[in-house]
Design a protein. Sequence first.
Length: 174
Amino acid sequence: MTTAAARPVIPPTEAFPAHVGGGTGTFTKLGAATLKSCTERDSVGPNLAAMIAESKGCVGEEIALYKDAHDNQFNLAIFTMKDPQDTVKLVTRLTMAFDDYEVAAQAPPPGSGLRTLPADSGMVQSFTGEGRAMTVGLAQWSDGRTRDYQQLVDHLEPLLKKVSENVTRYESAH
């Protein structure tokens, strides 16, 4: 029997579908990647890096960028921890600090039609935990505006829910 820490992370193709339909329209994946480390400086903030360092360890981090029909940007990151209890701690601590953005938004790839939003653009974030995996969803309006945050959270919800369901299915099968 393999330990949780020894199991591979969910493959990005299983975690991040090419298209996701939801109450707010369709999300289209622009790209996904597996990072070399869960604490890459350009990927996570200092508080999350410290929390991961205090944990029993992180197996891997995967990221994806989506857009909707209005070119709003949606970033997803999955952190697969060695110990499911660390997932609970991370989700709890990050949710309590809802305005502390510890996961970086990705720059859109060239040719995507999306503009790179300035650092002061409005952003919302949500967190889910499934077994060893914490999924983080970030959303930004296409024009970078800093209002209508609840509406933006509502737009993010179907995408975060679908990716979380994929992660839950994968984690439950192993």
